[in-house]
Design a protein around this ligand. Structure first.
Ligand code: SAH
Length: 255
């Protein structure tokens, strides 16, 4: 069968890597494991052997030919767009939720945002484009450190797990990949989510500008108070400010 470009289909063929990825997640009997984009079942084959229930969500109905054999009382395949799947309905009655997927790269970030907004997953394992992993896991003072880095970090500890070069897929994509893990934080920062994310969006809106010039809709005097406390200059850039300082800034705006 011809892989469909419009669905971002690149099938993983290296069994060692498939093993390594599926070993990153080990749910218990009363947990639920969700696989996004099972495709021809490369990961599904191993995930179906785990202790928990497995629900796979695949947009391409042509994959019936590969996936029907996995259907049983512990494994169910839903043919739907993950971005319009009602996750609340399928995830009730489980202890913990785990998510795994070699994600279609054209909608990686929308999928992760959708999952964050609609699920409280304990741990998520994703194959993403290497450059995207660099942004998600970026360190402070780098050009990759941005809104999405801090957005993800608010909910999860994000970690690079396995580098996967492009020749491990068929068809071979243009880019290399990285498997990342997102593990739920138990020290979520204490701040209004809405205010925090809105502030970060503005702070990082123009990479070349200073923080001050990006956040015109806020009272810079209040921001400055916190910057000074940490010995940061008024001309600091968004990429040079760490999470706890952002939290302080946003909490100070609130007063
Ligand atoms: N897990 C397989 C396939 C990865 S390719 C493997 O590792 O080999 C990405 C998969 O996601 C494809 O099967 C594609 O059809 C599916 N997909 C693409 N967009 C999707 C969407 N919006 N919702 C659910 N699945 C999607």
């Amino acid at each position: 069968m011809q892989a469909k470009k419009k669905y971002g289909q690149n099938f993983l063929i290296n069994q060692n890597i498939i093993n390594e990825i599926t070993n990153l997640i080990n749910p218990n009997e009363n947990d639920l494991l969700i696989e996004i984009g099972p495709g021809q079942g490369a990961l599904t084959k191993y995930l179906a052997q785990k202790k928990s229930k497995l629900i796979c969500i695949e947009i391409d109905k042509d994959m019936h030919a590969y996936l029907d054999k996995f259907e049983n009382e512990n494994c169910h395949i839903i043919y739907d767009d993950i971005l319009s799947t009602n996750l609340k309905d399928i995830t009730i009655n489980f202890d913990k939720i785990f998510v795994i997927g070699n994600l279609p790269y054209y909608i990686t970030s929308p999928i992760i945002e959708y999952l964050i907004n609609n699920l409280k997953a304990e741990k998520m394992i994703f194959m993403v484009q290497k450059e995207v992993a660099n942004r998600y896991c970026a360190e402070i003072n780098t050009k990759d450190y941005g809104y999405f880095t801090l957005y993800l970090r608010y909910f999860y500890n994000v970690k690079k797990e396995i580098f996967v070069s492009k020749d491990n897929f068929r068809p071979i994509p243009k880019v290399d990949s990285m498997v990342i893990s997102l593990t739920k934080r138990n020290d979520t920062p204490s701040v209004s989510k809405k205010l925090y994310f809105n502030f970060l969006k503005e702070a990082f809106s123009h990479k070349r500008k200073t923080l001050k010039n990006n956040i015109k809709s806020y009272d810079f005097n209040k921001v400055k108070e916190v910057l000074n406390k940490y010995n940061l200059s008024d001309n600091v850039r968004a990429e040079n400010i760490r999470e706890n300082i952002y939290i302080d800034i946003v909490n100070n705006l609130d007063n």
